[in-house]
Each structure stands twice: as structure tokens, then as C-alpha cells.
Design a protein around this ligand. Structure first.
Ligand SMILES: [Zn+2]
Ligand SMILES: [Zn+2]
Length: 635
């Protein structure tokens, strides 16, 4: 059996490693990694003398886009390249250029260290890695206030970045799953364990009231072995513990046990599966990944080939991506044809209408541009770029009132983007809308499955029927709960004397006073006239010493072991809370860098956020521990 468990664990880890590899691979595939971008970059610098005579890129110059050509401009200063690429990127709707930003961050040279990182933020304002890199540059210079502000910005930009948000939400769901699974299971095991000795005695009484204690214990152990023999694993044993916990616990114990059962199901199914789905999503749909890479300006030749191949499938994402590619390479005729084809399929496509309008505007045909913008506005509503472009076109034909109105609308919709457009101070500037990322995200998530990860974990915890389907687990837990509940009122429970620790049993003992006090202690404390004063004093001294000893070990155990303090104070709710919080603090520390490798997007901001979460959770944990200790004192 040990061997097969080991195999299962290894299989679980293999699933895990696959996930990690898949995720980091996705990060590299979705965006060319910083090293790759950098090597292109230095090549650009080295080739200064060779091809400085080719300033105008033709679509076949070998650059992936006009933006790459500007970025790799030979001999230009960082500021010149940065301003040039930012301006053209805004015009082409590429307000986030992750690849050059990563290349800038990867350059660790001392000269211009902070400036490079600030340019990275300008080029990719939605890339959390860039904000974090500026933060650590400030930290290095001892400007901690500024550093913290940028770390904070890095965290706040995570929702705006697809890979980063997938990484963060996937990691958080995984941590939540770990907390719910381990915390709930631990609570059920503790509750069951507390009923163990009494269950052993009561079960023994069923057979013979003269059965020795070790035989009784063996009886319960063999009951625990049944689920293992049936191949139901740890969760199967958990069910027996749940029965004992429900049978011997109070009302509050049963309520919290029910919560723990639910926590187990929620952790194993929605949380774990959702986490796996998200973490697998970045390379679940190769076409969507290729499309995202191209939009970010970092597609590999293989990804481009994949997109060109998928062109035949009438895939609207592919059509749009290839149209944008043509636009970014300066292949105007091809771009116009492709955008017109998109309009042919959906005449209200605002994205295509805005870009066609911009191409007309740039070609000097302002009337055609206005017609396209107005059509886009009527069919698809207003976007900041569309309204800004419209106001630029109105200004060209001296429709000042309309132009001001359109500009005001644009500023209402996205003030900061429009402020940057206005800052360029160019009456010939129009901006393409950014490529819609939401359809890519939903395609990726739809294509991904969280089953492999959930199955890998279930194989370890519940290799049998229980792990096959959520309803089997939920049914098993409900059944165990019901059995415990039904058995609970059917017989006299054995208990323990609170004073001396002796077992109390209505069947075996001749006289019984209460479930908390044995006969001897009853006489000792409540009938002093029936006892010899000398013997009485000695006995009380022994009991007092026992109590002191128990208290000392109890306090130490409470501090060292999560959940003990709550159980001692007869507050299972506090015990369960502290188990969950302890697990959360532990997992936040263990997975400080995320559950899977950062897809070159999150950087210091993610670690910072998870570190802050670890501290907050630990503080709450200490609070719960403290109130458990106090509530034990007051008891
Ligand atoms: Zn006693
Ligand atoms: Zn008995």
C-alpha cells in the first residue's frame, strides 16, 4: 500500500509540474521573453554601420512591425526611441508594448537604470512588472515612499493585464483551495480524534464490558482501516472521523463540522478546478495565444504561421489580428482590404470603422474619415479613440463646435488616454482603438480545463469512488454526518472526569453522578464528611498538581498547534477559524512568488501583494489565538 500511495503522490506531483511548465511556457510563448527581445535590441545597435541607410521600412524588411523598426532604430538615444515608439504605438492602438518594456527592465547596467525603467512604464502602463521594476529602482536609491507607491501601482495594474490577472486570480484560487481542503480536513480529524477514546470504550461495551482498553482501541483502529482497505484514502478515513466528531461533539461542534464538510467540497471542486482552468488557460488555445502575442508585438514565426493557416477557418479573431498586423507593418492596401472584409461580415464593427477612418484621415481624405467615424459612432457607440479622432477630423474641416463636443465626450470616456493624445500637440494625429482583449481572454478560459489539476489532487486524497464525482463526496459527507447524528442520541456516551481524568461509563460503573465528575471525585469534593481528612488533603494535592501540569502543556500546545486553543476553550468555531487562517498564512508564505511561475508580467508587485496578505492573515490568526486563550481563562 505504501508503494501505491507513493506512486499516487508522484503522479500528483507530475501533474503539478506539468502545470508549472505549461504556465511558464505560456508566458514565454505569449510574449517573447525579455532575453530574446534584448538580443534583437543589441543586434539593432550593432548593425548601425551596416544598414543605417534604410530609414523607411517596407513590409518585408524583416521587422515584425513599424513599432519594432522604430524601437530598433540604429544609433538613436533611449529618449528618442521611446518618444518615437510611444507616439506611433498610440496611433496604432498599441498603448501597451510589453516586449520593449521587458527588454528595458532586463538591462541591469548602472547608467540610466531608473530612466530605463520609467520608460518601461510609459511604453507598457498596464504591465505590473514595469511598475514593480520602477519601485525596486527607487528602493535601491533609498526612496522608500516612492518605491511603495510604485509597488502599489504595480498591484493595482494587475487586473488590467491579461496574463498577470490570470496568474493572480489562479494563484489566489489555488491558495483558497489549499486553505479550505487542509483546514477543513484538519478540523474534522481533530474533532474525530477528540471522540476517539470515548468511541473506543463505547464500541467495546457493545461486545463485552470486560474488554481491555487496548482491544477497544484496536477495534476503532480497524474501523478506521476499512476506508483504506476499500481504497478510499484519506478522505475515506476523514468520513469515519466525521462520524465520531458528530457523535461526541456538542451542538456548536456539529455546526462547525457541517461548515468544514462544505469547505472541503468547495475547496476540492469549484476552487481547485477554477484555479486549474485559469492557470492552464494561457496556452489552452494556441490561436488565441498567437493573436495575443502578435498584438503585444512578440509573435514567433510559428505563431504567425499558425495565424495564417487559421485564416481559412473564418475565425473573426484571426481576421482581426491579421488586419491589425497589416496595419502595423504599414501594408496599407492589405490592411484596408482586410478591415473591409471584416465590415463585409459585420457592417457595424466599430473597431474596423475607426481604423478605416484613421487610414482615410492619414491619407488626407477627411470627409471619408468623418463618414466612417460617424458610422462607427451610430452603430457601436462612442469610444475615447473614436470621439478623439472625430474631433480631430472636424477640426480639419473647421466644424469647431462639433469638434469641441466630440473632444469633451472623448475626455469623459477616458480622460488620461485623451490627455496623452492632446499632449502630442499634433493636428494630424489620430489614434486607433486598442485591440479588444476580452474575447481573447474568454476564448482562452473556455478552451482550458481544470480537471487535470483537480484529478491530480483527488488521486492523492481520495483515490476511490469518493473522488470520482462531486456528488459522491458530498453524499459521503452528508451520510457520515447523518450516521453520527442518528447514533448520537441512541446510547449512553462514555465520558471523562474533569477532575481526575478517569473514564465515566453508565454501563460499567456502579454509580454515576454526572458526565463530568466521577464518583470518587464527587465524594471528595461534595461529601467531605464521608472522607478521611488526611487522605482527602493528599488526594486534592495530587489532583491540583495534575491540573497545573495539564494547564502548562495546554498553553504550550495552544501556542504551537493551531486549533488547540479553540478546542480547549470549547470554541470549535475559533478552532476552525484559526486552522483556516494558519493554513492561509502558511500558503501565502510558501507561494509568495505565486503558485506557478510569473508569466514575466507580474514582478515585484505580486510578491509584495502576497507578502502583505501573509502579514494581514497572520495578524488575524494571532487575534483569534489570543481570544481563544482569553475565552479559556474565562471559562
Ligand atoms: Zn474523577
Ligand atoms: Zn462502559
Amino acid at each position: 500500500m505504501g508503494n501505491s500511495t507513493k506512486k499516487r503522490v508522484i503522479r500528483g506531483w507530475t501533474g503539478w509540474m506539468t502545470l508549472c511548465l505549461a504556465f511558464s511556457g505560456a508566458g514565454a510563448a505569449v510574449d517573447a521573453n525579455a532575453a530574446g527581445a534584448e538580443s534583437r535590441d543589441s543586434k539593432g545597435f550593432r548593425s548601425t554601420l551596416v544598414d543605417s541607410e534604410s530609414p523607411n521600412v517596407s513590409p518585408d524588411s524583416g521587422y515584425r512591425s513599424e513599432l519594432e523598426r522604430i524601437w530598433l532604430m540604429p544609433g538613436a538615444s533611449l529618449d528618442a526611441r521611446g518618444q518615437g515608439i510611444r507616439r506611433r504605438a498610440l496611433a496604432l492602438g498599441a498603448s501597451n508594448l510589453d516586449s520593449p518594456a521587458r527588454a528595458l527592465i532586463a538591462d541591469m547596467g548602472d547608467e540610466g537604470f531608473l530612466a530605463r525603467r520609467q520608460w518601461a512604464v510609459t511604453l507598457a502602463p498596464d504591465l505590473p512588472l514595469a511598475h514593480g521594476a520602477v519601485g525596486s529602482a527607487y528602493w535601491r536609491e533609498g526612496e522608500y515612499g516612492k518605491a511603495l507607491r510604485h509597488y502599489n501601482e504595480s498591484f493595482l495594474s494587475i487586473p488590467r493585464h491579461l496574463e498577470a490577472s490570470v496568474w493572480l486570480v489562479g494563484s489566489l484560487l489555488m491558495i483558497l483551495a489549499g486553505v479550505l481542503i487542509c483546514g477543513s480536513l484538519a478540523f474534522i480529524l481533530i474533532e474525530g480524534f477528540l471522540g476517539f477514546a470515548r468511541a473506543a470504550h463505547d464500541l467495546g461495551d457493545l461486545i463485552s464490558d470486560r474488554m481491555p482498553s487496548f482491544a477497544r482501541a484496536a477495534l476503532v483502529f480497524s474501523a478506521l482501516g476499512v476506508p483504506l482497505l476499500l481504497g478510499e484514502g484519506l478522505l475515506g478515513v476523514g468520513l469515519i472521523f466525521l462520524v465520531m466528531g458528530v457523535m461526541y461533539g456538542g451542538t456548536l461542534d456539529r455546526t462547525v463540522l457541517a461548515l468544514a464538510g462544505m469547505g472541503l467540497v468547495v475547496g476540492l471542486y469549484p476552487c481547485l478546478e477554477g484555479s486549474g482552468k485559469l492557470l492552464m488557460s494561457l496556452n489552452a488555445d494556441p490561436v488565441a495565444s498567437a493573436s495575443l502575442a502578435l498584438i503585444r508585438g512578440s509573435e514567433t514565426p510559428q505563431q504567425l504561421a499558425l495565424l495564417l493557416e487559421a485564416e481559412r477557418d473564418n475565425d473573426s479573431l484571426v481576421d482581426r489580428t491579421l488586419a491589425v498586423r497589416a496595419r502595423r507593418r504599414g501594408a496599407d492596401e492589405e490592411a484596408a482590404r482586410r478591415f473591409r472584409e471584416i465590415l463585409g461580415r459585420d457592417s457595424t464593427d466599430q473597431f474596423a470603422l475607426t481604423i478605416l477612418g484613421n487610414m482615410a484621415f492619414e491619407a488626407g481624405d477627411t470627409e471619408a474619415a468623418i463618414a466612417a467615424y460617424e458610422r462607427g459612432r451610430r452603430s457601436g457607440g462612442e469610444s475615447a479613440e473614436l470621439m478623439f479622432d472625430l474631433s480631430q477630423a472636424y477640426a480639419k474641416v473647421f466644424r469647431m463646435g462639433d469638434g469641441e463636443f466630440a473632444m469633451a465626450r472623448a475626455q469623459q470616456i477616458n480622460g488620461s488616454a485623451v490627455a496623452e493624445f492632446i499632449g502630442l500637440d499634433d493636428s494630424n494625429f489620430v489614434a486607433d482603438p486598442p485591440f479588444p482583449i476580452a474575447p481573447i481572454r474568454s476564448r482562452m478560459i473556455a478552451a482550458a480545463s481544470g480537471r487535470p489539476l483537480a484529478d491530480a489532487v483527488l488521486k492523492v486524497l481520495a483515490p476511490g469512488r469518493l473522488g470520482e464525482e462531486p456528488r459522491f463526496l458530498a453524499g459521503g459527507l452528508a451520510l457520515a454526518f447523518l450516521v453520527g447524528l442518528l447514533a448520537q442520541g441512541r446510547f449512553e456516551h462514555a465520558s471523562r472526569c474533569l477532575r481526575c481524568g478517569r473514564r465515566i461509563c453508565a454501563r460499567c460503573d456502579g454509580e454515576i453522578w454526572s458526565s463530568d465528575l466521577c464518583g470518587a471525585c464527587h465524594h471528595l469534593f461534595y461529601k467531605p464528611e464521608e472522607t478521611d481528612p488526611m487522605l482527602r488533603e493528599a488526594r486534592i494535592e495530587v489532583l491540583q498538581a495534575r491540573e497545573n501540569r495539564l494547564e502548562k502543556t495546554g498553553v504550550i500546545a495552544s501556542i504551537l498547534l493551531p486549533g488547540v486553543a479553540g478546542m480547549r476553550a470549547q470554541r470549535p468555531d475559533l478552532a476552525f477559524a484559526s486552522l483556516l487562517l494558519f493554513m492561509a498564512a502558511l500558503l501565502f508564505v510558501v507561494w509568495q512568488e505565486g503558485v506557478v511561475p510569473d508569466p514575466l508580467a507580474v514582478g515585484a508587485g505580486g510578491t509584495f501583494a502576497l507578502g502583505v496578505a501573509a502579514v494581514l492573515v497572520s495578524v488575524v490568526y494571532l487575534g483569534v489565538l489570543f481570544s481563544s486563550l482569553i475565552s479559556w481563562r474565562r471559562r
